[in-house]
Design a protein around this ligand. Structure first.
Ligand SMILES: Cc1ncc(COP(=O)(O)O)c(C=O)c1O
Length: 359
């Protein structure tokens, strides 16, 4: 096959001009992923199965300590399938209020015919009393599912320990509900906590793991959980148009991702730490820089000055891409294409922007 070398060369070139800190979703597939893609054994995943997809589903289920796995095009679809397969129509789904499932995927409630209810949390964790109160809310629809996120994007990549997850699952079960974990960045959480990822994943009934964020595969996620639940999710995936045919091509990149990338994530976390420290030293004190636990740093901007979009546009002029996160916040995420030199250049660039905009 001649696909891999020219494609990867082309992708690397496309990436070169920027220091792109907007998200870990910008990561390109590795050379090894492209080689594995070119050699993947394929079948019809909507007919009698694609062998590489089956291998990936098994591998992720084993890695996370669950019975079965289901490959999905996106983490959003994996989360929606968790709802569709576990929360009966007319029931409530209680989600941590800052979660991606509530804030960015909330339309899923319309498709599932359920109500999403947000419960305020801290660093992604809901206080047990607050969760209990929501689950036992008088006059409200029964709760079918509780959702948490680990690592938690909107708190700057903070992590939930196995104990926190276990307490939430116990609470959900006592009220007849299940716990779903949006583990789009669960590998980051496991690396930060220095625990096997299964120790976290086993505390939830279903877990979605995204392959295309820090793990660098071009697309795809896997939902894991009980075989019976995933059989229902598999039927829903077809209805949503998420059943693909010779998709072992992409599943092969996922297999390579779970094999080669988790060990690398600690470096992303170290670089986020280096970035935060340098920003704190170099930027005016009126700018707040969060302390990263994983690979996400926020810069809080003074509300008297220009908004985040103006900062992002100015940074772009210096070859650095950062993401506006609301009007007064910038998001910076480290990933495989960021190294020490890129961090240092980004800090220099943001210092120039601060001199121009906040000076
Ligand atoms: C925490 C979290 N969950 C789910 C998703 C959805 O992932 P996707 O865009 O691949 O569907 C994202 C995307 O950024 C995310 O950050």
């Amino acid at each position: 096959m001649t696909l891999a070398p020219p494609l990867s060369a082309h992708l690397a070139e496309a990436h070169a001009p920027w220091i792109d800190l907007r998200s870990d979703t910008v990561t390109l597939p590795t050379e090894a992923m492209l080689q594995r893609l070119a050699q993947a054994e394929l079948g019809d995943d909507g007919l009698d199965g694609d062998p590489t997809v089956r291998q990936l589903e098994r591998a992720v289920a084993d890695l996370l300590g669950h019975e079965a796995g289901l490959y999905t095009p996106t983490a959003t679809m994996a989360n929606l399938l968790a709802v569709l397969s576990q929360a009966p129509r007319g029931s409530r789904v209680v989600l941590e209020a800052g979660s991606h499932m509530l804030l960015s995927e909330g339309g899923g409630a319309l498709l599932a015919g359920v109500e999403y209810q947000g419960v305020a949390g801290q660093g992604g964790a809901m206080a047990t009393e607050a969760l209990q109160a929501a689950l036992a809310l008088p006059g409200a629809a029964a709760c079918g599912l509780v959702g948490l996120e680990n690592s938690h994007l909107n708190s700057g990549g903070q992590v939930l320990s196995a104990q926190v997850l276990q307490a939430a699952q116990g609470c959900a079960h006592r009220h007849g509900a299940r716990l779903h974990l949006d583990g789009a960045r669960l590998m980051n959480a496991a690396v930060a906590l220095q625990v096997p990822v299964a120790e976290l994943a086993r505390q939830a009934d279903t877990v979605s793991l995204c392959l295309s964020k820090g793990l660098s595969a071009p697309a795809g996620a896997v939902l894991v959980g009980p075989a019976e639940t995933l059989a229902v999710a598999r039927r829903h995936r077809k209805v949503l148009g998420g059943t693909q045919r010779q998709i072992g091509l992409l599943a092969a990149t996922g297999l390579e991702a779970i094999h080669s990338q988790p060990a690398r994530l600690a470096r992303d976390h170290d670089l986020a730490g280096r970035l935060a420290r340098a920003l704190r030293q170099q930027l005016p004190p009126a700018l707040g820089v969060t302390e990263p636990v994983t690979n996400i740093v926020f810069i809080d901007l003074p509300q008297a000055g220009p908004q985040s979009l103006a900062w992002a546009e100015a940074a772009l002029q210096h070859g650095v891409r950062v993401r506006p996160w609301g009007p007064w916040r910038l998001r910076l995420v480290t990933h495989r294409h960021i190294d020490e030199a890129a961090v240092d250049r980004a800090v220099e660039a943001l210092q120039c922007v601060a001199d121009a905009l906040a000076g």
